[in-house]
Design a protein around this ligand. Structure first.
Ligand SMILES: Cc1cc2nc3c(=O)[nH]c(=O)nc-3n(C[C@H](O)[C@H](O)[C@H](O)COP(=O)(O)OP(=O)(O)OC[C@H]3O[C@@H](n4cnc5c(N)ncnc54)[C@H](O)[C@@H]3O)c2cc1C
Length: 469
């Protein structure tokens, strides 16, 4: 297998570990209680929760590359709650369960910081909150419906900020208005993934890297086949993230698309001049969302959603490599932070994001296979929610009848995308319409009716789409 290009994050995290040799690939025939496929946040948290809940459980993790080489080691590092998804959660789960999940997602962020401290690794966890902003006139008030839904429930998750206070915290006057969510943190995501790997190994989890799942045998003798053997298992957990989109069971329920990231060279003095000195997470409210944060050594990592689509869910190596939109993103960053204009872009990369129809992840077991579980579909918000995803999957695999195995999020996917080729063609049409609509609204114009209609078909991303046109 060809080695993937490492994101800046993963290269930094591996260097901090002394560039270790990957764990040995799985060879031969063997067995385990729970075989987890995928060594990202979901797979690793599942393994850790399993060991914490029932230490005698034997757990094997199979990862095709190295742990943290998927989306978990390439993302923006926003450890977000589900506060911006509240309306959808309430619709799916009802008020009581919705509020429980909201609180659990807030606790998950804190739990990640505490876990890293307890297990002796530094994931650069900085609990400095999230600025959800409007970067042009068309985005103004994108958060209003959500803030209103919180107020109705008595939740004070978001605080209003004056434009002056927003500019002070963001270190830029580019954001016209916004709200602040205190419960969010930023992390160095690959350090978190690698730290989870280390903690899982210490708990006795058997991790095999360089081991792609080559096939799954169902029935009484369930096994995961690998290139050089197989793992028989009582339970199997599929935690393969966006790569699962090519499985027939998920082809219609997840839409894979790329997200681009760039990172500047270190420029702590320039950031200090701008006033952006914290680890706050900042995003705008466009559908092809811009989101960024600083690093502990004074860089900015800047991301943009809504990149290339994968026809038929085939991820392959299409979502590896440098960011095709790096130049455009650098221009936006420099417009928003003129003091950084002369700071070079040090690196760029892309990674796969899987969107669902609801914008929320889903968990469950494969149709007709009650012992094969999956946790997928985080829709660009998986850094902290995967902590809960792992908890749900651990409960499902252990057969615990608790609030995690019975949550409505564990009842499988909700909503399908159209079949190919309509999905691929439709996705391009919708994205084109969203771009035109956002460009018109940015300068105070209304988009035409067709673009408004097509844009309304876009599934929710990191944040819900603004309803009013
Ligand atoms: C560029 C980018 C920016 C993002 N920004 C944010 C953000 O700021 N905040 C946020 O909350 N979320 C963000 N996300 C989303 C977040 O990264 C994901 O939701 C999260 O990492 C999902 O974790 P996972 O373990 O489910 O998937 P992954 O981390 O992708 O792990 C799946 C693993 O399975 C392995 N695998 C796949 N197929 C096989 C196979 N057949 N056999 C063996 N192994 C296999 C892969 O190699 C991979 O390591 C972003 C994603 C991207 C790509």
């Amino acid at each position: 297998m060809e080695a993937r290009q490492k994101s800046y994050w993963l290269a930094e995290a591996l260097a901090a570990e002394g560039n270790p040799v990957p764990a040995s690939p799985w060879e031969g025939e063997g067995r385990t209680d729970v075989c987890i496929v995928g060594g990202g946040f979901t797979g690793l948290w599942t393994a850790i929760h399993l060991k914490q809940l029932r230490p005698s459980t034997d757990v094997v993790v199979l990862e095709m590359d190295v742990c943290g080489s998927g989306a978990s080691g390439r993302n923006g590092g926003f450890a977000m709650t589900w506060a911006s998804k509240l309306s959808t959660i309430l619709k799916i789960c009802g008020a009581q369960e919705g509020l429980r999940l909201l609180r659990a997602s807030q606790d998950a962020v804190k739990a990640i910081g505490a876990f890293a401290r307890q297990h002796g690794f530094d994931a650069h966890f900085r609990p400095d909150g999230w600025l959800w902003t409007a970067a042009d006139r068309g985005q103004l008030g994108a958060w209003e419906d959500i803030v209103e839904a919180h107020k109705k429930l008595g939740s004070d998750a978001f605080a209003d900020l004056s434009p002056a206070e927003l500019a002070r915290r963001a270190g830029s006057a580019a954001h016209l208005a916004g709200v602040y969510e205190e419960a969010v943190a930023t992390v160095q995501p690959a350090r978190l993934a690698r730290g989870l790997r280390k903690a899982a190994l210490a708990l006795g989890v058997r991790i095999h890297e360089g081991t792609p799942m080559a096939g799954l045998d169902y029935g009484r003798k369930m096994r995961v086949r690998t290139p050089k053997g197989s793992v028989a298992a009582e339970k199997i957990v599929l935690a393969t993230g966006t790569w699962a989109a090519q499985m027939p069971a998920f082809r219609r329920t997840m839409m894979p698309l790329a997200a681009d990231m760039i990172v500047t060279a270190p420029a702590p003095e320039r950031l200090a001049e701008s006033g952006l000195t914290t680890g706050v997470a900042i995003s705008d409210s466009s559908m092809l969302v811009h989101y960024y944060r600083t690093t502990v050594d004074g860089r900015i990592v800047f991301g943009k959603g809504g990149g290339a689509f994968a026809f038929g869910g085939r991820v392959g190596t299409r979502f590896d490599g440098p960011a095709p939109r790096a130049r455009e993103m650098a221009a936006t960053l420099k417009r928003w932070y003129p003091k950084l204009a002369s700071v070079p872009i040090a690196d760029s990369w892309i990674g796969p994001v899987e969107r669902t129809a609801t914008g929320l992840p889903f968990f469950g077991s494969l149709p007709g296979q009650p012992d094969v579980f999956y946790g997928l579909g985080y829709t660009g918000n998986g850094v902290a929610p995967s902590y809960l995803g792992g908890r749900i999957l651990a409960s499902l695999a252990l057969g615990l009848g608790d609030e995690w195995s019975s949550t409505p999020l564990a009842q499988g996917p909700r909503g399908n995308f159209p079949p190919e080729p309509f999905r691929y063609v439709g996705a391009h049409m919708v994205r084109g319409a969203v771009k035109r609509k956002e460009a018109a609204e940015a300068v105070g114009r209304n988009a035409n009716r067709i673009d408004n209609f097509l844009a309304s078909l876009a599934p929710a991303g990191l944040t819900p789409l603004k309803k009013k046109s």
